[in-house]
Write a protein that binds this ligand. Structure first.
Ligand code: ATP
Length: 460
């Protein structure tokens, strides 16, 4: 049993050692809250995105996809409220100049304290009253709490004028509202329907990130599900989305249900336009934290974009000709957070090995192929032949370093479900290979010509 307090360190070290996640810009001394996804990590991340896309977009008749721009018209973010509202409350230590989020500072020092929805002056009062020390230098000498906008600014063209100021998107969802009219005009969608998209978002996070849980740039997977509030009961729809999200995390990503819970946003925390917001939370080593947000945003966003752009974003009911602005329910998740959860949840330690019990569809490689000995050409040739036969069907790893035991050890650590070893019997006697199962450690012999069928059935 791995101690919860050690688990994060173990995952961070495994991720670096086995090519899942590297610290960002490491050769330049690193860049806070940024990471690179290595050869194993990019496969895992891509598999999570593909599973999400398959589950929520491709396999539903009421969903379509979109890939909008990272840089949108700057008015987008004024209309959406992000320029005024995508802010964190920040304090700076006057002694050592450490900047930190006021809510995180308080949560760190006073774990029982509820800070959601508190104003800057309320946060100030809590810090002063409890004489909270700077986690870096230990002094109690804070500036006043002030708001800090998370949108990254940049400019278009070569002249830095205010007219050319744009933002890197702080969420992917706004792109869906901007494309709403074009999607309606170019497809046969009828309410209720949803638009899903995945892609990078950017937030100038000032806080310590807890590995890939909170980073400057991150991959989001967001849906806007549009409906007519007069004909669709939003409470029922909300519950259906909760069930779908839960099922995706437990059935598709294979995460234990006991590590998950729902948390309802209170009135002070919820945005003024939202009728209900709930977060699905995962029990990370640093406590239950938001994994996936679900919000009923009413018709706020489309209305705002109508007002700021002048475009008509109304929907016309094809049967009754009623014109109205659809309402939306928005499930919004960060793929990197899903990935952190999947890594933490699948980590297993046994006396002689560490392995990731990843669901096969998420594993970076489905199968690894080894020649028993790397210096026996006939074994290498046969193993290469098998590797080439499998490559059109699965993601396959090749390993001929060290001995077979070491290769199992490293494939276990990246969660490869099956390892195939070609030995002398394969060539000289039975035309069979050893297929070792990651979870059971069983090693049946399988005929080479049956491998694709055998693995397909096991991995299904
Ligand atoms: P938090 O309270 O953790 O900052 P949020 O409520 O601001 O999150 P949303 O705006 O609801 O987050 O974004 C939707 C999802 O995007 C979140 O549930 C989370 O999974 C992911 N996400 C948000 N910010 C980050 C980040 N900086 N790094 C990684 N993922 C993020």
């Amino acid at each position: 049993m791995v101690e919860k307090s050690d688990l994060m360190d173990k995952i961070v070290s495994l991720c670096k050692r086995r090519g899942f996640v590297f610290p960002g810009s490491e050769i330049y001394g690193g860049l806070a809250n940024s990471y690179e996804y290595g050869p194993a990590g990019v496969e895992l991340k891509k598999n999570i995105i593909d599973a999400w896309w398959q589950y929520f977009v491709r396999s539903r008749p009421d969903m379509v996809g979109l890939d909008s721009s990272i840089i949108l018209h700057p008015k987008t973010w004024v209309a959406s409220g992000h320029v005024a509202g995508l802010t964190d409350s920040m304090v700076e230590c006057k002694n050592c100049h450490t900047r930190t989020r006021a809510d995180h500072l308080i949560e760190g020092a006073l774990p029982e304290m509820k800070v959601e929805g508190k104003s800057e002056s309320e946060l100030d009062a809590i810090i002063q009253k409890n004489k909270i020390k700077c986690p870096t230098c230990g002094k109690v000498d804070w500036t006043q709490v002030r708001k800090f906008n998370l949108l990254f600014e940049t400019s278009i063209g070569i002249v830095q004028e205010s007219e050319s100021k744009v933002y890197l998107r702080g969420e992917t969802a706004q792109g869906i509202f901007l494309a709403f009219k074009n999607i309606m005009d170019s497809t046969r969608v009828r309410l209720p329907f949803g638009v899903g998209q995945t892609g990078k978002s950017f937030r100038n996070e000032i806080t310590k990130g807890n590995f890939i849980f909170r980073t400057l740039e991150f991959e989001q997977a967001e849906i806007e599900y549009f409906f007519d509030p007069e004909t669709t009961n939003w409470e029922e729809l909300f519950e259906t989305w909760k069930k779908d999200m839960w099922k995706f995390v437990t059935h598709v990503l294979g995460v234990k249900a006991e590590s998950l819970r729902w948390r309802v946003h209170g009135d002070e925390e919820r945005s003024f336009y939202s009728k209900r917001t709930e977060d699905m939370e995962y029990n990370f080593p640093f406590g239950f934290k938001e994994l996936w947000g679900l919000a009923y945003r009413t018709d706020y966003d489309l209305k705002q974009h109508m007002q700021f752009s002048g475009a008509n974003l109304e929907y016309t009911d094809p049967h009754t000709n009623k014109k109205f602005i659809p309402h939306v329910i928005e499930p919004a998740v960060g793929i990197n957070r899903l990935m952190a959860m999947v890594l933490l949840d699948s980590y297993r330690e046994e006396a002689d090995r560490v392995y990731l019990a990843l669901p096969p569809r998420l594993a970076p490689y489905k199968v690894a192929v080894f020649p028993l000995l790397a210096n026996k050409q006939q074994l290498v040739d046969k193993a290469k032949e098998i590797y080439n036969t499998l490559i059109p069907h699965f993601t396959v790893a090749w390993d001929d370093r060290g001995n077979v035991g070491k290769r199992y050890y490293s494939q276990d650590e990246i969660g490869t479900p099956f390892c195939i070893t070609v030995d002398f019997d394969t060539i000289e006697k039975d035309g069979m290979v050893t297929v070792r199962d990651r979870d059971t450690k069983e090693q049946p012999r399988v005929k080479v010509e049956d491998l694709v069928a055998y693995l397909s059935q096991k991995l299904a």
